[in-house]
Each structure stands twice: as structure tokens, then as C-alpha cells.
Design a protein around this ligand. Structure first.
Ligand SMILES: O=C(CO)COP(=O)(O)O
Ligand SMILES: O=C[C@H](O)COP(=O)(O)O
Ligand SMILES: [Zn+2]
Ligand SMILES: [Zn+2]
Length: 311
């Protein structure tokens, strides 16, 4: 039981044609819910911290809580920086004890993205830390975009191969039609599987990462709306599409929005149905259980349940 880098678990996932779930964490209940799900399902697990999460909770709280979760459950955990936007932030997280970092320089041109990513890879590998990078742009991508626009934002497979070769990065996030948040598709959900297959053909045995991969389960959306939320029309990536992506070569699948939806629905339910409750444990306990159950289900969908290090 330890904090581990993502090297081995993502390599095994790639070989086994399943994906490891990477879940965003912001507080104790979220960490507990996820790690308890990993224990129950005996699944490998990645806990990821965004710059915003680090600002909200502070590295020292998050790293201490993750240490406690490992002690409590015996589960191996990867502690990963999500969407690091500079070398300095990645370095700071490595110095804080993170075992994996993402350098997201996808907003820059290819040359600058390669340059910044290489700098992070050098420092990270010196410290036994794995690095994820990103090529292509996710945000604002619609399934109905015209081919020219689509080619400009989706990841170019040839460029991906060049990028991996030149940077020495350990995994790569690509854009094939997913996007962050609760509103992913305006029409029918669709992913560019052909592009994913091409990337995997050009860079074999290399872990591909899918961001913006929440499913936005309609049961959570309806529960939230029933108890006072206003999130009409929220739509995510259907589970069967994620299972297919994992089979085709995606080894890490990122989930944040579904955690938010599951937690908030559980809390709203208590507030509406039990208005006499004002002890935070009264609503945070069901919220934690909702996270655990949702994450355990994801681990089955991604195929990583049963692939963990527990005896
Ligand atoms: O990609 C993510 C974090 O990096 C999360 O994506 P979602 O918004 O789909 O949960
Ligand atoms: O990719 C983004 C994640 O959902 C993290 O979101 P955040 O920056 O609001 O913490
Ligand atoms: Zn993001
Ligand atoms: Zn992301």
C-alpha cells in the first residue's frame, strides 16, 4: 500500500484493454468515497487535483488525506495534478509529493507545447513521477462541427506520434469529441473512434487519456432538478461509448462532473426531505456514499474492477 506513479497501472490497462478511472478530488468526503470504491472493487485508482482544487483545499491537506486513505484501506493510489498549466505548477506539485502530473500546454502551438512538456518530463522523471500531456483542444468542441474546423481542434494522429517521440511523455490526452462539464453534446453524442484507432496504431503500447468523459447520468440530473437545481439539458458521454474507447486503447478516463452531480443530488435531497437536519454529517455522509456507489459503478464500466493490487 503506497502512493505510486501511474507508469505501471496505465501500461497494464493498455495491455489489458481496460481503462483506469481518474477522479477529481476536492475534500475528505470525495477522497474517502473514491478510495472506498477502489477497495470494494479492487480497482487501480488515480486521484487528481486541479489547480483550483489545490487552491481550495491546499496541497498539505490533500496529500495528508490521501496518505490517510491509503493507510485506512490498503489501496495503492496515484496522486496526480490535473491540467497543470506551467512548469512551475508541475514542479511545485512534484515537490509536494504528487506521483504524477499533467502538463497541459495544448493552448500553445506544437513547438511550444513540446518545449514545455519536455521540461516537465525531465524534472518529473528525475523524481520518479509520470507525466501526462495534451494535444488538441477539448473545450467548445461540438459533434456537428464542419470537417475543417474539426481537424483544427481534434488531435492530429501524426502530430501525436511526433509529440510523444520528441517529449518522452508517459501518456497523452487527445481530443476526439469529449468536452469538460455537464453539457457535452448539443445533438447525438459521438466520438471520433477512427481518430483514436489511428493514434493507437501510430503509437502502439502507449496509454491514451480521455478527458471530459463524465456520463452525466440522467438519474443524477433528474434528482438534482427535482430537488431545486436548474441544470436542464445536461448530457454526457454514454457509458457504452467509454467502454468502447477503453477497448480501443484509452487507458485513463477522467471524471469530475459526475462526482459533482452525485454529491449535490444527495445533499439537495436531504435539504428538501429532511429540513430539520443541520448537522453537516447528516448530508455529507449520504453525499460520500453517493460518490462511492457512482465510482464503483464506473470502475465496472471502465473494466478496471478486479485489476487492483489488493489480495
Ligand atoms: O476531464 C476532466 C478533468 O480533467 C473531467 O471531465 P468531466 O467534466 O467530463 O467530468
Ligand atoms: O478539467 C477540469 C476539472 O473538472 C477540474 O475542474 P476545476 O478546475 O473547477 O477544479
Ligand atoms: Zn479541465
Ligand atoms: Zn480535463
Amino acid at each position: 500500500m503506497a502512493l505510486i506513479s501511474s507508469k505501471e497501472i496505465l501500461q497494464k490497462a493498455k495491455e489489458g484493454k481496460y481503462a483506469v478511472g481518474a477522479f477529481n478530488v476536492n475534500n475528505m468526503e470525495i477522497i474517502q468515497g473514491i478510495v472506498e470504491a477502489a477497495e470494494q472493487e479492487n480497482a487501480p485508482v488515480i486521484l487528481q487535483v486541479s489547480a483550483g482544487a489545490r487552491k481550495y483545499a491546499k496541497s498539505v491537506y490533500l496529500t495528508s488525506l490521501v496518505d490517510a486513505a491509503i493507510k485506512d484501506t490498503g489501496v495503492d493510489v496515484v496522486l496526480h495534478l490535473d491540467h497543470g498549466d506551467s512548469f512551475e505548477l508541475c514542479k511545485s506539485c512534484i515537490d509536494d509529493g504528487f506521483t504524477s502530473v499533467m502538463i497541459d500546454a495544448s493552448k500553445y502551438d506544437l513547438e511550444k507545447n513540446i518545449e514545455i512538456t519536455k521540461q516537465v518530463v525531465e524534472y518529473a522523471h528525475d523524481h520518479g513521477v509520470t507525466v501526462e500531456a495534451e494535444l488538441g483542444k477539448l473545450a467548445g468542441v461540438e459533434d456537428a462541427v464542419k470537417v475543417a474546423a474539426k481537424d483544427a481542434t481534434y488531435t492530429d494522429p501524426e502530430e501525436a506520434a511526433e509529440f510523444v517521440e520528441k517529449t518522452g511523455v508517459d501518456s497523452l490526452a487527445i481530443a476526439i469529441g469529449t468536452s469538460h462539464g455537464a453539457y457535452k453534446f448539443s445533438g447525438e453524442p459521438s466520438l471520433d473512434y477512427a481518430r483514436l484507432e489511428k493514434v493507437c496504431e501510430l503509437i502502439p503500447n502507449f496509454p491514451i487519456v480521455l478527458h471530459g468523459a463524465s456520463s452525466v447520468p440522467q438519474e443524477f440530473v433528474e434528482l438534482n432538478n427535482k430537488y431545486g437545481a436548474k441544470i436542464p439539458g445536461a448530457q454526457g458521454v454514454p457509458e457504452e461509448m467509454l467502454a468502447k474507447a477503453a477497448k480501443l486503447g484509452v487507458a485513463k478516463i477522467n471524471v469530475d462532473t459526475d462526482i459533482r452531480l452525485a454529491m449535490t443530488a444527495a445533499i439537495r435531497k436531504v435539504f428538501v426531505e429532511e429540513p430539520e437536519v443541520f448537522d453537516p454529517r447528516g448530508y455529507l455522509k449520504p453525499a460520500r456514499t453517493a460518490v462511492k456507489d457512482m465510482v464503483a459503478h464506473k470502475m465496472q464500466v471502465f473494466g478496471c474492477a478486479g485489476k487492483g493490487g489488493l489480495k
